[in-house]
Design a protein around this ligand. Structure first.
Ligand code: 5GP
Ligand code: ZN
Length: 111
């Protein structure tokens, strides 16, 4: 989608520190990390919200979760990690393209 930052990263039009890519998604380092390891898993298909899931997107997000789990050791996250999806303004969603935050590399607190 034109003017979407994450679509432009997916297309290679904007630089990002990519650590993984396949037919479904790219995973790259968050530009403002809030944990020692902070990655973003972004589907290649543009849609904004988790609330916009349909059957195909549900399967896509399922494959993303499976592949995040499979690749966690390669991401330096063998000891564990936290996945976060911010849905909407109240949760602080700032980029209107679904993304899964992958956080770890340290002991994580819980507010
Ligand atoms: P949200 O608040 O929407 O859940 O998370 C958006 C995340 O994207 C933030 O953690 C922010 O630091 C990250 N981000 C925003 N723009 C860019 C960018 O151009 N490159 C990268 N690598 N991360 C970005
Ligand atoms: Zn997009």
């Amino acid at each position: 989608m034109e003017n979407c930052i994450f679509c432009r990263i997916v297309a290679g039009e904007l630089p990002a520190a990519k650590v993984y890519e396949d037919e479904d998604m790219v995973v790259f380092k968050d530009i403002q990390p809030i944990a020692k390891i902070h990655l973003l898993a972004v589907p290649k298909e543009h849609f904004k919200y988790l609330s916009e899931l349909n059957a195909e997107r549900t399967a896509l997000v399922g494959r993303m979760l499976e592949k995040i789990a499979a690749n966690a050791p390669a991401f330096g996250l063998a000891d564990g990690y936290r996945l976060v999806i911010n849905q909407g303004d109240s949760a602080g969603q700032t980029v209107p393209h679904l993304h899964i935050h992958i956080l770890g590399g340290q002991k994580l607190g819980w507010e």
